[in-house]
Design a protein around this ligand. Structure first.
Ligand code: PBG
Length: 331
């Protein structure tokens, strides 16, 4: 005898009624804007597979940060495109490196803006893998876990020394969160937080990013360190280990195709949880909208809301400035 007593449409009748019972909210405060910084002056190089996103020099980076501040986006995530690459990514822990300069620049102008740095090697190595390579007895090349972890600590400490608020390791080496925590503490940076890319899957949706960061692997793929998209229990294990090792925020990446993982991570651990709406997920909305097949604003808002609804406290998204602006305009 549910119907006609129960009529769920009663609360959907007007925008006001819908607003009153709305469960999940999207706010600028929940968003992080990833940016790509490179050497030079006045550089604003379009990334063709990510319409609306650019590789920028420090001066233009500051303009983007100004934009973030104006629309209420509280944090940026920095990726560096260095002048020089080598076999182990030495330039990534240079105190005068591009990311280190960017952090100091931002902190000098916008002290309150939260600066998060991606800590990895694929942008800094000439082979494009996320760490130091070693050859196994059978001739196979692999990324040497422990040698890479030692270098990750150097990079993380260098970012903290430049003033980064949050260090975000995205390499997927085992034990890196614990090592970075210890390294930061020993160097006197107890205040620097760690946002771990905990459940990072080997995804085809990183395609456009590799153009953006100039970081595609020259041979092979990343399946030897990033996770198999089929594995959910392993994702929970990765998250549990990162928490034990001292992660302050855990992340699921990609976001929209991994909402089940996100839900389970938030349910099980209850930590501040981030999700990365990655380059390919962004590019798909852009491309479909450019063809007139979907409405960009509606779909970008809906996707980001879905990510929040599934459990993300924070969403890292290239749509951050647009979303914040749309939210400000009152949808
Ligand atoms: C670096 C890194 C990647 C992304 C974030 N950090 C690329 C990769 O792992 O291949 C992807 C971000 C995106 O696609 O938007 N390791």
């Amino acid at each position: 005898m549910a119907f006609p007593i129960h009529r769920l449409r009663r609360l959907r009748r007007s925008p006001q009624l819908r607003k009153m019972v709305r469960q999940t909210h999207l706010r600028p405060e929940n968003l992080v804007w990833p940016m790509f910084v490179r050497p030079g002056k006045g550089v604003r190089k379009a990334i063709s597979s990510m319409p609306g996103q650019f590789q920028v020099s420090l001066d233009v980076l500051l303009e983007q940060c100004q934009q973030a501040v104006e629309v209420g986006v509280p944090a940026v995530l920095l990726f560096g495109i260095p002048e020089e690459k080598d076999a182990i990514g030495t330039s990534s822990w240079d105190d005068e490196g591009i990311v280190q300069q960017a952090i100091r620049c931002i902190k000098g102008r916008f002290a309150g803006l939260v600066v998060i740095t991606d800590v990895c090697f694929c942008e800094y190595t000439d082979h494009g893998h996320c760490g130091v390579l070693r050859q196994l007895p059978d001739g196979q090349m692999e990324v040497d876990n422990d040698a890479t972890v030692a270098n990750l600590v150097r990079q993380a400490v260098s970012h903290a020394r430049a003033g980064a608020d949050i260090i975000a390791p995205s390499d997927m080496m085992d034990g890196r969160v614990g090592a970075i925590r210890q390294g930061l503490d020993q160097a006197g940076f107890q205040q620097a937080a760690i946002m771990a890319y905990s459940a990072k899957f080997a995804s085809g949706f990183y395609g456009p990013f590799r153009e953006a960061a100039e970081s595609p692997p020259k041979f092979g793929d990343r399946k030897g360190y990033q996770m198999d998209p089929a594995n959910a229990d392993e994702a929970l294990r990765e998250v549990a280990l990162d928490i034990e090792e001292g992660a302050d925020i855990v992340m699921v990446k990609p976001a929209a195709n991994y909402l089940d993982i996100l839900w389970r991570v938030k349910e099980r651990f209850g930590l501040p949880t981030a999700a990365y709406h990655v380059s390919g997920e962004y590019a798909m909305i852009k491309a479909a909208a450019a063809n007139g097949w979907i409405d960009e604003k509606t779909c970008a808002l809906e996707t980001t809301l879905a990510i929040r609804r599934a459990g993300a406290d924070l969403v890292l998204t290239y749509y951050a400035p647009d979303l914040a602006r749309w939210l400000k305009e009152g949808l």
